[in-house]
Design a protein around this ligand. Structure first.
Ligand SMILES: C[S@@+](CC[C@H](N)C(=O)[O-])C[C@H]1O[C@@H](n2cnc3c(N)ncnc32)[C@H](O)[C@@H]1O
Length: 782
């Protein structure tokens, strides 16, 4: 590239190019008038120093200089092809290039939008900044000296303003993305307040970044950096608190699960419960990894903060790394976690050989954490040995992780028992990690359940792919040989968040023997109901138990024999407690002959699994669609006709104590279901498909309480959803959130209360059920 060359492009927002060796000052690509119009996308290169070959800017990739091929132009879609390296403007070039060069040492080329009332698209100006030069000239305060004012007169703004704007954009992108990422994680098991800590954490982070953006204009670079450092310290503290709380919670969870032989032996006996239990364990594991990941993110960010380029792009490691991560995370999600360790590590190997940054490592890590295909020890391995600074940091990290509390250590042990850390670091990453994990876990005592689950995962994997989405290619993460490397993602069927969640939920449903679940939205662009994310713990049946929930008492069962053993109430000790005839017909339809709890036969009974008194406990038979309604958020419907009395399934979730439930507010409270059959204080937030059922004052479902894996005295019945009428296919399913309000007396009281409270109470809102007898107000806490 030389002065006078023309480059055609539509828009460049940011472009960073790193060159550790050259001493050139900067280049400017100015837009030119074409056909009498300014800024239609042609740019001419001006440079104050032509000693810098363009190929050198591409560091590891451009092996010879000057570059052999001219810049190729594609007016519809900006595309630079340099020495067979393709850079597409579809991805922000700043990120692409950050992948291939050590930002600490080089140049930053940035292209910024130049506001122009005449032209619709943003008109770019491209700048190349020599970061070391920036340092020697006194950092941020002297930026102007690098950009002679004359060069910017056409843009109508000063260099400083443009840089501030640039930084502001990056800060916003960062803060938004990180908070979206953190907020999309669901509340961890078993402690609900972990979610709160996470939220605070992300808020804290967001506020900090926004404030930084504002202060940049007012403060000197030194004060600015000092302030950042202070905030990092407090941010770190909040992260540490969160980590400590989560670890303590994990420890307690572990202790409780091992010190409760009754529940343990029961869960081992039933595949369903084993799976649920394993899910909980996996989830905890994943959370521990995420905690570690966040730590690594901040470590990485801190390292970058001290590099020269930090002065210009404000937390540069995080700025672009986060965006890279976001992209790679999506790529990982598309791959459904099927990349091999080798494939995951390949970008890093390539980087190390060619002088890379930590960006890809973190990217890969985050993707893998989301897909649960990586352990803490692998994370440490991946952080690996890089720059001396990075090496120090990673050694410190290793020490830290080694000193971690027992819970995480035992987690790591359960994954890689028998390996020491150094061996893992050395080990060539050739095996599929999931296979390795499977073997390790299968070997270690007490984690058979997890191994069993993994085997099931594998078995169902292919079936799933055939059903949902074609297996994605691995191109994006498997770097091609140097000369042919492409950064544009190949065309493929894109997996949305909805696809991924649907896939995950169906996996759980299938394992529980239940029918399919589908998300449908014909109303707007919202992909999923609020609060449902990649790690949302879907439970098909059974409860998850919060800490402090007492063990259910030992079960006693009936001694009915033969197929018809439980048909007669007086012979069946379970049904005797019912006080009426059998609750179900032989076809499994609820008879509506009792308002009290239905006591179904249980694991201790001698009757067969097909006995008449086992209905709600069976896997959900009908497929469900979770769909977006026009006025009431998301709801549930079933694509087939439903007979009156059909038991559709259970409303399950995490069983928490009333004290905890009372602390819930807003949306979370609206999912809380009071199991208050015997005045015991347990409630649960949502964790399955029926938790999005809407309220109606004229509902088509009724909730009945069913007991089958605890005793009535334990007060842990399952709310089961029963059709109260024949329901046509695709009708929205509704139940009355407050059936007590149906009686005249209660209704009167309710109306008075609603009237008094409607302007004040957050718990009352307008009912939009549309029923002719609509009570007008919805009390969201049932
Ligand atoms: C348990 S959630 C149900 C799922 C919810 N629709 C969603 O999109 O997440 C309960 C919330 O749904 C909404 N909702 C359910 N039934 C409603 C109704 N009849 N009228 C108005 N809002 C309703 C209210 O916002 C309520 O707080």
């Amino acid at each position: 590239m030389k002065t006078g060359d023309r480059i055609e492009c539509l828009e460049i927002l940011r472009l960073a190019i790193v060159n550790p060796n050259s001493g050139a000052d900067y280049w400017i690509l100015q837009s030119q008038e074409v056909d009498g119009k300014q800024g239609t996308g042609y740019f001419t290169v001006n440079s104050s120093d032509l000693s810098l070959e363009f190929s050198a800017l591409f560091g590891a990739y451009a092996v010879t200089s000057p570059f052999k091929k001219a810049v190729e132009m594609d007016p519809d879609n900006l595309r630079f092809t340099l020495d067979a390296i393709e850079l597409s403007s579809n991805e922000r070039i700043v990120e692409t290039l950050r992948l291939i060069g050590p930002s600490e040492e080089g140049f930053l080329i940035s292209a910024m939008p130049k506001p122009s009332p005449q032209i619709e698209h943003r008109q770019p100006t491209l700048m190349i900044i020599d970061a070391p030069a920036l340092n020697t000239r006194g950092g941020g305060s002297n930026i102007q000296s690098l950009f002679p004012a004359a060069e910017f007169t056409t843009s109508g703004s000063t260099a400083e303003e443009m840089i501030s704007q640039f930084r502001l954009d990056m800060l916003r992108a960062d803060a938004n993305w990180l908070s979206a990422l953190i907020c999309s994680w669901p509340s961890p098991c078993p402690r609900q307040d972990d979610a709160e800590i996470l939220l605070n954490f992300s808020r804290h982070f967001g506020t900090w970044r926004d404030r930084n953006a504002a202060l940049w204009r007012q403060e000197s670079a030194e004060t600015f950096l000092a302030r950042q450092l202070n905030t990092i310290l407090s941010l770190e503290k909040s992260y540490q608190d969160w980590r400590t709380a989560s670890l303590a919670s994990w420890k307690l969870h572990q202790e409780l699960s091992t010190s409760t032989p009754q529940r343990t032996s029961r869960t081992r006996n039933t595949t369903l419960e084993t799976v649920i239990r394993s899910n909980a364990q996996q989830r905890m594991l994943r959370e521990a990894k995420i905690i570690t990941m966040l730590g690594l993110l901040y470590e990485a960010w801190k390292i970058h903060l001290f590099s020269g380029v930090a002065l210009l792009s404000n937390g540069p490691g995080l700025d672009s790394d986060l965006l890279i991560m976001e992209r790679c995370r999506a790529a990982f999600a598309e791959q459904d976690g099927s990349a091999t360790v080798e494939e995951l590590l390949a970008p890093r190997q390539n980087l190390l050989e060619n002088g890379g940054t930590s960006a890809v490592d973190l990217t890969s890590l985050l993707g893998q954490v989301a897909e649960d295909t990586i352990s803490e020890t692998d994370i440490i391995t991946l952080v690996g040995e890089q720059s001396p600074l990075k090496r120090r940091e990673s050694a410190r990290l290793k020490r830290k992780l080694n000193q971690l509390d027992e819970p995480v250590q035992s987690l790591a042990d359960s994954i890689s028992q028998g390996d020491n850390l150094e061996e893992i670091v050395e080990e060539p990453p050739q095996l599929r990690l999931s296979a390795r994990l499977k073997q390790k876990r299968a070997k270690s005592d007490g984690v058979e359940a997890v191994a069993e689950l993994l085997v099931q995962d594998e078995e169902t994997e292919h079936e799933d792919e055939a059903e949902d989405v074609p297996p994605p290619a691995l191109m994006a993460l498997r770097p091609p040989p140097l000369q042919t490397r492409t950064w544009s993602l190949p065309p493929r069927v894109r997996r949305t968040r909805r696809d991924i969640i649907q896939h995950e939920w169906n996996k759980v449903a299938r394992e529980a023997g239940a029918a399919k679940i589908e998300f449908v939205n014909d109303i707007d662009d919202e992909e999923l109901p609020p609060g449902i994310g990649i790690l949302f713990p879907y439970i098909e049946r059974s409860f998850l138990f919060d800490i402090g929930i007492p063990e259910p008492s030992p079960l006693t069962g009936c001694s009915c024999h033969g197929k018809k053993g439980c048909d007669k109430k007086r012979r069946c000790s379970c049904q005797k407690k019912l006080g009426c005839g059998p609750a179900y017909t032989r076809d499994g339809l609820f008879i509506f002959n009792t308002d009290s709890e239905v006591i179904e036969c249980n694991a201790a009974c001698e009757c067969s699994s097909k006995c008449i008194n086992r209905v709600a406990q069976l896997p959900r038979q009908l497929p469900v669609q979770i769909f977006k309604t026009d006025k009431r958020g998301w709801g549930v419907k079933i694509p087939v006709r439903i007979e009156k009395g059909r038991v559709l399934g259970l409303y399950t979730g995490l069983l928490i104590r009333r004290e905890e439930a009372d602390k819930l507010s807003g949306t979370r409270a609206s999912y809380c279901f009071d199991l208050d059959v015997n005045e015991e204080p347990d409630k649960e937030p949502p964790e399955n498909a029926y938790s999005v059922d809407a309220h109606s004052c004229d509902p088509n479902l009724k909730i009945i309480s069913v007991v089958y894996d605890s005793t009535p005295e334990d007060n842990m019945p399952y709310p089961a959803l029963v059709a109260t009428k024949n329901i046509p296919a695709f009708t929205e399913l509704t139940f009355d959130y407050n059936p007590a309000h149906q009686t005249e007396y209660e209704l009167k009281k309710y109306r008075e209360k609603a009237h008094a409270k409607r302007s004040k109470s957050k718990k009352m809102s307008r009912c939009l059920c549309g029923a002719s007898q609509c009570r007008g107000w919805l009390s969201v806490v049932a």
